[in-house]
Design a protein around this ligand. Structure first.
Ligand code: ADP
Ligand code: MG
Length: 702
């Protein structure tokens, strides 16, 4: 019953009708009563307060004034046309301006009449004006004058506004909606939860989030709804994880055999850090357990994820299985391949590299060796998940630099077997815990939260372009000490010709400043052929060249321990996580390393924060938190594909405590009642089902 009412198509709401319904669907994706109810205001204003025109400051947010419309006229021709009104109270005069929907606005207004004007003031050429304000006749405003409390402000669009659905129009719909459904909004949390966490009941929260009687009640309502939002997402993810564990048996790797032991005792070039040991233990436990492993390893740049991956692959081998390591770029795959070959040098293990540029003959051979099982480990790019690639028995797939691979690609790996291979995902960049919990809440998470010993923290400095000559001097000194240097240029879209020109100009000026035969300079960018790139990387890695001029193709994974200086040009154009990644290319050896962020003098506030953050800290998790605050979750992950990021009211950068609480209670409830069968949890069960009906992504595999 209740459920049906909230699923009523939006056109049936009083005040909507077919035309507005069409717009609500198209513009803001609202199809039903329930969806409108979850269209929350982004802020509130006190509409009992009227400003005098004289009081208005240039930086006011929306204000409300009462006065008389003096004059109304259309100015300009055709596309330049606008409607301008003079509006006055007893303290001054403002201009109201409309650029759109002129005819429609004009019809509704009359000079000489008293109105209430609501909008955001701005000063243009010293004159105070309101663009596209909302107007209401003073005589009609009884509805708002008897309002107590706060007025909700909803975001609207140009088109919605032109049909009367500006912030206030939407508020009116919301009033109608609450009148109609207010009594039947079902409670979707259990009495015990409400009681324990002192949460506002659902129906009251809906009333108070839209039309709060006080700021305190607005806050309480919002907290309750945020909790609920996180809670159901976490419930979904955890439920998914449970299902997954129940449904998919995993290969059992019970043995720790010769390969692992031999490597561990004889060939491991260093002592593992405590964190590496702990994570390996977590992985071993998964691999023994007979369930399918789906684990995410998070660790800062340089924390030593590769060795953990390798040792997990040796476990697979000891139990008679093949494994693969998949990387997002060719450079990175090649680098991984080279380090594995080196680490496994004196062991009798067959490793191969498969990428887009593997020659047909070699490729054929690799395909065959994978199929007959003579190849034990394979490293590669997307080329690994092509249909043609078949394994004899793939037992473990390690995916490096996760967020560049989609869910579909992870899924493709599964089909390579009767049982899915165990999956170990390694992230390149730490992501904030809130984000990890939302995006990968269905995976188990391991943290490598310790760097190998003996690392000197990288020193980071911010310098302006005008200091370039001094930077060159510094570079020369470092080279004289035998070190190598990266100089990185932004080339975000590899096709941007201007960026490309900057890069080449930079390369030339460095070649001039560091002339042959004394210096050797390499260059690597996305437009080069793979072989040329490899050749240049190889020259740099082997110390034949001292300077590597590059774009962000070297962002991930590249490991040249002798490189100790990273100069980042136009650093203001990079995001924080990218800067951190780039910086992670140095500081890999025993020497003091430096990162120099070069920028122009003019910087936005965001850019300043990014530079300051980089200079202040080397901690990837701390940087990730700032990044999340600056950019928001969608941008951070370069995608909005995940339903878990599509939040209506909660905010991942501000509401971490609520998310933690929600996760904790979701875990607790599912632990005691995995299928939500107890009478106590029936509200939750219904709420859960209602939500998952609309959200198919919850049922997909990951
Ligand atoms: P990332 O986590 O960024 O992938 P890598 O696996 O590339 O890091 O490791 C970075 C560097 O640290 C490599 O040169 C690696 O050999 C070295 N390394 C890894 N673990 C240790 C350790 N326990 N002790 C000393 N050096 C280590
Ligand atoms: Mg790595």
């Amino acid at each position: 019953m209740e459920k049906n009412l909230l699923e009523t198509p939006i056109e049936y709401l009083k005040g909507v009708g077919p035309q507005r319904a069409e717009l609500l669907k198209k513009e803001i994706g609202i199809f039903t009563f329930g969806q409108l109810l979850e269209y929350y205001p982004f802020r509130y204003v006190d509409r009992t307060r009227f400003y005098k025109i004289r009081e208005i400051q240039s930086d006011s947010t929306e204000v409300q004034i009462k006065g008389q419309l003096i004059k109304l006229e259309e100015i300009g021709k055709s596309r330049q046309k606008r409607l301008v009104a003079q509006f006055a109270d007893d303290t001054g005069m403002v201009e109201l301006i409309w650029f759109q929907g002129i005819r429609w606005v004009k019809q509704g207004l009359k000079a000489g009449v008293d109105y209430i004007v609501f909008g955001k003031p701005s000063f243009f050429k010293g004159k105070l004006s309101f663009a596209h304000p909302e107007l209401e006749k003073v005589a009609d405003s009884s509805t708002s004058s008897d309002l107590v409390g706060l007025q909700p402000i909803y975001s609207s669009t140009e088109k919605l506004s032109s049909k009367g659905l500006h912030a206030k129009g939407i508020a009116r719909l919301m009033k109608n909606l609450l009148e109609q459904v207010g009594n039947v909004i079902p409670e979707n949390l259990s009495p015990a939860l409400l009681d324990k966490l002192r949460l506002m009941p659902k129906a009251q929260a809906m009333e108070q989030v839209h039309f709060p009687r006080s700021p305190q009640l607005a806050e309480a309502a919002r907290n309750r709804l945020k909790f609920e939002e996180f809670f159901f997402i976490q419930l979904g993810l955890l439920h998914q994880k449970n299902l997954h564990k129940a449904r998919f048996k995993g290969y059992v790797f019970e043995k720790v055999g010769d390969h692992f032991n031999q490597f561990f005792h004889r060939h491991l070039p260093f002592e593992l850090t405590g964190a590496q040991k702990r994570v390996l233990k977590e992985i071993r436990k998964d691999l023994r357990a007979g369930v399918h492993m789906n684990r995410l390893v998070q660790g800062d740049v340089g924390s030593g994820k590769t060795i953990v991956a390798l040792m997990s692959m040796l476990l697979a081998l000891d139990n008679g299985f093949q494994s693969c390591l998949m990387a997002p770029t060719e450079i990175l795959a090649t680098q991984h391949f080279n380090s594995l070959v080196e680490l496994l040098e004196r062991m009798n293990i067959n490793v191969a590299l498969l990428t887009g540029s593997t020659k047909p003959a070699a490729r054929k051979k690799i395909h065959q060796m994978l199929e007959d099982g003579t190849l034990h480990l394979i490293v590669g790019t997307h080329a690994l998940i092509e249909e043609k690639v078949k394994f004899k028995n793939l037992g473990l797939a390690v995916i490096d630099e996760q967020h560049r691979f989609g869910v579909a690609q992870r899924a493709a790996l599964w089909k390579k077997n009767t049982l899915p291979p165990h999956i170990l995902v390694m992230t390149a960049t730490p992501i904030p815990r809130t984000l990890a919990m939302s995006l990968y809440g269905d995976l188990d998470i391991s943290l490598i939260d310790e760097l190998p010993p003996g690392r000197k923290p990288i020193r980071t400095e911010h310098r302006f372009d005008s200091h370039r000559l001094r930077i060159f001097d510094f570079m020369k000194k470092e080279i004289a000490k035998g070190r190598q240097i990266y100089v990185v240029y932004p080339l975000i879209e590899e096709s941007e010709t201007l960026d490309y020109k900057d890069l080449m100009d930079g390369y030339e000026s460095i070649c001039r400043e560091f002339p042959k035969p004394h210096f050797q300079v390499s260059i690597v960018h996305g437009k080069m052929k793979a072989e040329d790139k490899d050749l240049e990387m190889e020259r740099f890695a082997s110390g034949k060249t001292q300077i590597m001029v590059a774009t962000t193709v070297i962002e991930v994974g590249v490991n040249v321990p002798n490189a100790s200086v990273m100069v980042i040009e136009s650093a203001e154009r990079f995001g924080l996580s990218q800067l951190h990644q780039l910086r992670g290319r140095v500081g890999r050896g025993a020497e003091q390393s430096y990162c120099i962020l070069m920028t122009g003098h003019k910087l936005s506030n965001d850019a300043k924060t990014r530079m300051e953050t980089m200079v202040r800290t080397n901690d990837g998790f701390e940087i990730a938190d700032v990044d999340l605050r600056l950019r928001g979750p969608g941008d951070l992950m370069g995608t909005r594909q995940s339903g878990a990021l599509d939040l209506r009211i909660a905010d991942l950068s501000k509401d971490a405590p609520i998310l933690n609480l929600a996760r904790q209670y979701a875990e607790y409830i599912l632990k005691n009642d995995p299928n939500l069968e107890s009478s106590e949890n029936q509200n939750i069960r219904k709420g859960f089902l209602a939500r998952s009906r609309g959200k198919t992504q919850w049922s997909r595999i990951s």
